[in-house]
Design a protein around this ligand. Structure first.
Ligand code: XMP
Length: 510
């Protein structure tokens, strides 16, 4: 399998570069510049190397540099933004900074003839984000693109197959970005387009078969997309040496605990321990109504239960996690392994030491993880599921939690989910659920006065959950959901729909 190395200098779009290469059906591997030596690059047999952007100036002493020998390996190189300037610097060109030389955002680009620009219009739009610029190209290079402010928006040393672009071909705002990356990866590097998700699965399984041979690995399975996909993938590599612990804290949606057990234990035959800790969590939460305190109690109790189970299994060597790329970015790269172990399993006790942490999905975006999941045969209800918070229904029962309130909420929530699905509204409802407000209201059913709970329906339309709008669910669907909840769920007298955006609201009520 041909592969490309994305040499990471710390820019913000690095993973996107790898993703764009993978979209060409060529495997791309990201390695931090300070974690890979030129000798390693030689051994790995990459067909091409892409230097990523970075936040620095090449003359800043703290900026990332790299052994210039990498440009003599006879492997094609493409530098992007900082990577472009780094090539100029390594090859004794000149990088300058001038007032007014910065360019941010959409910029007009003019290209000349080059293999890199085959199929690219002479005039187009690119995406820029830089202060410094290349004021003199190194010997052997020629300028192949300009913008109104940038005398060298791209350069090439055709003979040695070294290229640099000041703009970002990986972002969609660069009109011909896809063509440019295609030209580099396929035409210049000569990669075969034979990489598919199957190949990712195959190579990952092979890798962990070797790396984890004879090791006992622990994974906290939540039933969420990421941990489910990581579990099935690692099970293929090491089988019963993978110990999956699923803590059912009783705060999951209706029948979810059973579904997780049935799917992963019975169907996928994972080595899965389900811990029924429902009562334990309810006892700890009794009388607590403050949201952050609920979260804290659940987090702590989760660790305790998890730790007890891990000790029962005994002699564990490795912790496996379903960390995906956006988690890595959120946590800050170097720290990510540590931070995520806390985030995922709620904070591991300090005396529970593992030799290492494995994160098989660390390079993938969510939709790629879903594709891996589908390829592995994991059912849609897991692969396509909406996000679900770790503290679960505890933060959707407003105020004090009781078993009775949980049951009401689970039933109401199931009805809402069924109707969204039945009416094909998943594309506008990215996260949708019921909330049991602490409020009671008067109603009338038959001839009798009722005094039951108010259930709120929450559904948001969003890409990233950082901002969100309420979903425009048709009134007749809302009417059906309301009718069903009042009729089918005892103890509810009213249903309301939450029309608050985020901000000012949050997705969850607590
Ligand atoms: P908010 O309510 O902050 O939610 O707008 C944004 C996204 O985060 C999820 N969420 C959580 N996830 N633990 C989690 O694992 C939590 O404590 C938590 N609180 C909110 C929420 O479901 C939504 O997808």
């Amino acid at each position: 399998m041909d592969k490309i190395l994305v040499l990471d200098f710390g820019g913000q779009y690095n993973q996107l570069i790898a993703r764009r290469v993978r979209e060409q059906h060529v495997y791309a591997e990201i390695k931090a510049y300070n974690r890979v030596r030129v000798d390693d690059i030689k051994k790995e047999g990459y067909r091409g190397i892409i230097f990523t952007g970075g936040p620095n100036s090449v003359y800043d002493p703290s900026s990332p540099h790299y052994d210039a020998e990498v440009l003599n390996l006879k492997i094609p190189v493409l530098g992007i933004c900082y990577g472009d300037q780094l090539i100029a610097y390594m090859k004794n060109g000149k990088v300058s900074s001038a007032e007014n030389s910065s360019e941010y955002g959409r910029t007009d680009l003019t290209v000349t003839e080059s293999e890199l620009f085959e199929g690219v219009a002479k005039e187009s739009v690119c995406w820029m984000s830089h202060n410094d610029y290349i004021s003199e190209v190194p010997n052997g290079f020629r300028i192949i693109a300009t913008t109104p402010k940038c005398p060298c928006a791209a350069m090439e040393d055709k003979q040695n197959r070294i290229y640099g672009v000041q703009f970002h071909p990986e972002v969609t705002h660069t009109q011909f970005g896809k063509e440019i990356l295609h030209n580099f990866v396929i035409k210049i590097c000569g990669c075969k387009q034979d990489w598919r998700m199957d190949s990712f699965i195959e190579s990952t399984v092979e890798r962990y078969k070797k790396e984890l041979a004879g090791k006992k690995v622990l994974l906290a399975l939540s039933g969420g997309v990421d941990s489910s996909v990581a579990a099935v993938l690692l099970d293929k590599a090491i089988g019963h040496n993978l110990h999956c612990v699923f803590v059912d804290h009783g705060l999951l949606r209706k029948n979810e605990g059973d579904l997780v057990e049935k799917t992963f234990k019975d169907r996928f035959r994972l080595n899965l321990i389900r811990v029924n800790a429902q009562e334990r969590f309810l006892n700890k939460l009794a009388g607590v109504s403050e949201p952050e305190q609920k979260r804290k109690i659940i987090g702590e109790e989760f660790v305790r239960v998890f730790e007890e189970e891990a000790r029962k299994i005994g002699n564990l060597d490795v912790l496996a996690q379903g960390t995906i790329y956006p988690d890595v970015v959120e946590s800050g790269k170097e720290e990510s392994a540590v931070i995520k172990s806390h985030h995922n399993v709620g904070g591991l006790p300090e005396d529970m030491l593992f030799e290492s942490v494995v994160e098989p999905l660390r390079d993938l975006f969510k939709d790629e993880v879903r594709e891996v999941g589908r390829t592995l045969g994991i059912p849609a209800e897991f692969v396509d599921r909406q996000p679900f918070p770790g503290p679960g229904l505890a933060i959707r029962v407003i105020g004090e939690i009781t078993q009775e309130k949980l049951e009401i909420l689970k039933d109401a929530d199931l009805i809402f989910r069924e109707e969204i699905k039945k009416n094909g509204l998943e594309s506008i409802a990215n996260q949708y659920f019921a909330v049991l407000t602490g409020v009671r209201a008067v109603g009338v059913m038959g001839d009798a006065r009722t005094y039951g709970y108010v259930v709120a329906l929450r559904s948001v339309t969003t890409d990233d959950f950082m901002t969100a709008e309420f979903s425009r669910i048709p009134y007749d669907v809302l009417e059906t959901v309301c009718g069903r909840i009042i009729n089918e769920v005892a103890g509810v007298s009213r249903v309301v729909y939450d029309i608050t955006s985020k901000p000012p609201g949050t997705v969850e009520w607590e």
